[in-house]
Write a protein that binds this ligand. Structure first.
Ligand SMILES: Nc1ncnc2c1ncn2[C@@H]1O[C@H](COP(=O)(O)OP(=O)(O)OP(=O)(O)O)[C@@H](O)[C@H]1O
Length: 812
């Protein structure tokens, strides 16, 4: 980006030299401050005396002082050193050069005004060229790692309009212009590699410079000297190159030709100097006026300085003046020039050259830049998403980064709670399942005992059964012992959770955190439900499997019973009592009115469906206030849930405690020594199942109840309650009264051959009635005997099959 800047102009005032001191010359420059001066001020002792008396009025024959106040970028009084000028004015130019800007420093002033002193200095006080070059080389050295510098110098002299090479003492050289500006034909740059070499060149050039003594200066420089340092900078990383130029120009004295009092060559010299300086003055004026056409071509000096004055260059002009009134006119002219020069504006551009690096370099660079751009795009997207998230969070300026540690802590605490909860509930599930299996096994062992004919065989099996039950008990005990440990751990985790919740409540993010915590509580609740659900599914599967075996066994028992009934009927041994029991059993198994009625759960479901329906169709009969009440009720319910969830960790196992109590009750019952019959088996079995599946209790299947009732009746029959047996048989929907009667009659007939087969077919009921009337024995005995009788001719005896079926496969 081009940058517009003015030429920087500073004025340096030289102290009196010996001649001026001797002549007691008046001081015509008064330095006001660092940037202004007063030219031709009033003298302090400028008082007018007439005939020894101080007069009120001044000497009218005396010229009026100009008292011109002038402003410059800097004004240096006589006491300021070259070092001061360097530090404040040329050191910044060195930085600009290394940044790729062309820079020029030129000194302007009358002969003996101190130009050479400023530019070259002396042994004791090195000038700006020396100080600047030394600084330049120091900075070059410090940047060698990142950039490569190729430095070349030239030292030219423009004397009598001829351009000479001071380093080779050759010339005159021609000037030409190309796209890079004015070029000196045939000028070869001298490469240098150190500051010492550079200073050596400088000294060499100075020694070749044309000097002649003048009135004003015994070592007056009669030419314009242009010392230029050309630097090519190559960036190691990018390969970008730039070429810059630093010019230090010591102009010849700008005095009037007359003042040098030269003749012949000296006059020509002076005229030439004046011509070039006049051309320089013209250029400065036109540039200051902002004109487009600048007559640079009027002299070789202006051609060479074209770059420094109006081109792409940071320029510093040092106007040297003497404080002595001896050079009044020259000083005035110099200051006028300097004032004009202040108005010149330069347009600065960094010089960058195309590099001739191979194509691969650029391909690599482009690839790198593209991937960097891609990375930045992604980063930008992430930032935009974060911003959107922050805006969504109510524009409250929440920083997700600040919330992240909170979320991490909450996640960690909840993960522990969930894991421990899984352990505790898992253990409870295992304990309950094992207890259930133990109970089942015991109950079915009782059932087996009932149906097993060979008691010796039963006793042998009973040992195996005991081992199995003991093993289950041992496992159960192990889990029961472990449970308190895990409960304690869970309790500790819940206490941690409560503390964290209190902490979150105090936080400035409590709104967000409470939502997050509620969400987490729901996760805990869900996890608990899932474990419970798995537990119930497992229990139900075992129950279904056992039910299936029970059904098969029962079916076989009924088969035998049926045959027995028929035999009794056939053999005329069927008593009215047996018949009554059958009828009762049959009646019991028949569907009742109450079973067809809707249960409480059915009604609850109906209500829920109705409510849902109402929500789907808001225009239903409900008034808006009623709907509102409903909504409020639901909302309150949700809130209550959420409150519950907040304390879930503790509540969860308190809840489970109540479950455990039920199970423990049932366990205690199981431990009681008892002689169970089938009725008790089913009853207690049902009870334990009820306890285990409390949360998903469903009405027992009708068939289940029928089976239970029937067996119960069978038992009752065993206690000789014949009427009950009869009723059970009559209630049965599976067997018809007639079918059962025939089965029993046939069984009785087979055992008691006094009944004819015809009797069984025609009046089985009478046959059974007769038999029962004459017998007080339990039904079990004749059934067993009858079963044995029936089984003798069969391929596999039904009782054996029942026996086997009763050996329920209980899971380990
Ligand atoms: N600031 C200064 N402090 C002390 N001495 C100075 C200062 N400036 C110049 N002089 C002295 O004044 C004399 C003339 O200075 P200088 O040669 O630099 O003048 P000049 O402008 O280069 O003249 P010319 O144009 O004739 O070459 C020298 O002896 C120099 O040492």
């Amino acid at each position: 980006m081009p940058e517009q800047t003015n030429i920087k102009v500073i004025v340096r005032v030289r102290p009196y030299n010996q001649r001026e001191t001797e002549q007691n010359q008046r001081c015509i420059i008064k330095v006001m401050d660092g940037s202004s001066l007063l030219f031709d001020p009033d003298e302090e002792d400028d008082e007018f005396f007439f005939q020894g008396a101080k007069q009120q009025y001044r000497d009218i024959s005396k010229r009026t002082n100009k008292k011109l106040s002038m402003e410059f970028d800097r004004v240096y009084d006589t006491d300021r050193t070259n070092e001061d000028l360097f530090m404040e004015c040329t050191a910044p130019l060195v930085d600009a050069v290394l940044d790729g800007y062309n820079c020029s420093v030129f000194v302007y002033g009358a002969t003996g005004a101190g130009k050479t002193y400023t530019m070259l200095g002396s042994e004791n006080s090195p000038g700006l060229t020396f100080l600047t070059m030394r600084d330049l080389f120091e900075k070059i050295q410090s940047q060698q790692d990142i950039r490569k510098f190729d430095v070349g110098v030239s030292y030219l002299e423009v004397y009598n309009e001829q351009v000479m090479n001071l380093l080779t003492k050759s010339g005159p050289l021609k000037l030409r212009e190309d796209s890079n500006g004015v070029v000196v034909s045939g000028l070869v740059l001298q490469p240098i590699y150190s500051a010492d070499e550079l200073l050596h060149m400088l000294r060499l050039g100075n020694s070749n410079r044309t000097q002649h003594p003048t009135d004003s200066n015994a070592e007056s420089s009669r030419s314009h000297a242009i010392f230029q340092v050309h630097i090519r900078i190559t960036d190691h990383n990018t390969g970008a190159k730039r070429s810059v130029k630093l010019s230090m120009i010591d102009l010849a004295g700008s005095e009037r030709a007359a003042s040098t009092k030269g003749l012949g060559m000296r006059f020509k010299e002076g005229a030439s100097i004046n011509k070039s300086l006049l051309a320089l003055g013209n250029c400065i004026n036109k540039l200051a006026d902002g004109l487009k056409h600048i007559p640079y071509r009027d002299s070789n000096l202006t051609r060479i300085l074209k770059d420094s004055l109006g081109g792409n260059c940071r320029t510093l002009m040092v106007a040297n003046v003497s404080m002595s009134s001896l050079t009044y006119e020259d000083t005035y002219n110099t200051l006028k020039y300097a004032s004009r020069a202040k108005k010149i504006r330069s347009v600065l551009r960094q010089n960058v050259l195309k590099s001739n690096l191979p194509k691969e370099f650029y391909v690599k660079k482009v690839t790198e830049l593209m991937s960097e751009q891609e990375r930045l795009l992604q980063h930008n997207k992430g930032l935009e998403a974060k911003l959107a998230q922050m805006e969504r969070s109510g524009n409250n300026g929440y920083d997700p980064q600040e919330l992240k540690p909170w979320f991490n802590r909450i996640d960690a605490v909840y993960a522990t709670v969930i894991k421990l909860q899984q352990c505790v509930i898992g253990l409870r599930s295992k304990i309950q399942t094992l207890s259930y299996r133990q109970t089942l096994k015991k109950d079915f062992e009782q059932l087996r005992k009932i149906v097993t004919l060979d008691q010796r065989l039963f006793q042998e099996d009973y040992k195996l059964f005991t081992n199995y039950v003991n093993a289950l008990g041992a496992r159960n005990q192990k889990y029961t012992d472990e449970l308190p440990l895990w409960r304690n751990k869970l309790e500790a985790a819940c206490i941690n959770l409560k503390k964290l919740k209190l902490e979150a409540k105090e936080s400035k993010y409590h709104h967000i955190l409470s939502l997050y915590l509620s969400n987490k509580d729901l996760e805990v609740q869900l996890s608990k439900q899932q474990i419970n659900s798995n537990h119930l599914t497992g229990i139900n599967n075992e129950q279904a499997e056992n039910s299936s075996l029970l059904r098969k066994s029962f079916s076989m028992i009924c088969d035998v019973l049926h045959q027995l009934y028929n035999r009794l009927e056939e053999t005329q041994k069927l008593t009215p009592e047996i018949q009554g029991v059958y009828e009762r059993l049959e009646r019991k198994m028949r569907f009742t009115e109450s079973e067809t009625e809707a249960t409480a759960q059915d009604m609850e479901l109906d209500a829920l469906l109705a409510e849902q329906h109402e929500e789907d169709e808001p225009s239903s009969a409900l008034t808006s206030s009623a709907r509102k009440r409903n909504r409020t009720r639901r909302y309150t319910h949700t809130l209550t849930n959420s409150e519950f969830v907040l304390h879930l960790g503790v509540d969860s196992f308190e809840d489970t405690d109540s479950d455990t109590d039920t199970v423990e009750d049932s366990q205690q019952q199981f431990k009681k020594p008892r002689n169970l019959d089938v009725t008790q088996v089913i009853a207690s079995n049902t009870k334990s199942h009820k306890a285990l599946t409390a949360t998903v209790t469903k009405p027992r299947p009708v068939s289940h109840r029928m089976v239970s009732d029937m067996l119960s009746d069978q038992n009752v029959c065993g206690s000789a309650d014949k009427e009950k047996m009869k009723q059970a048989l009559l209630k049965s929907s599976k067997f018809t009264t007639q079918g059962l009667q025939r089965t029993c009659a046939a069984a009785i007939q087979k055992e008691n051959l006094k009944f004819s087969a015809n009797c069984v077919r025609k009046s089985p009921r009478a046959l059974i009635a007769k038999t029962l009337a004459g017998s007080s024995a339990t039904l079990r005995k004749p059934i067993s005997r009858l079963a044995g009788t029936l089984g003798s001719g069969a391929k596999e005896a039904p009782v054996v099959r029942i026996n086997r079926a009763a050996s329920f496969r209980v899971k380990k």
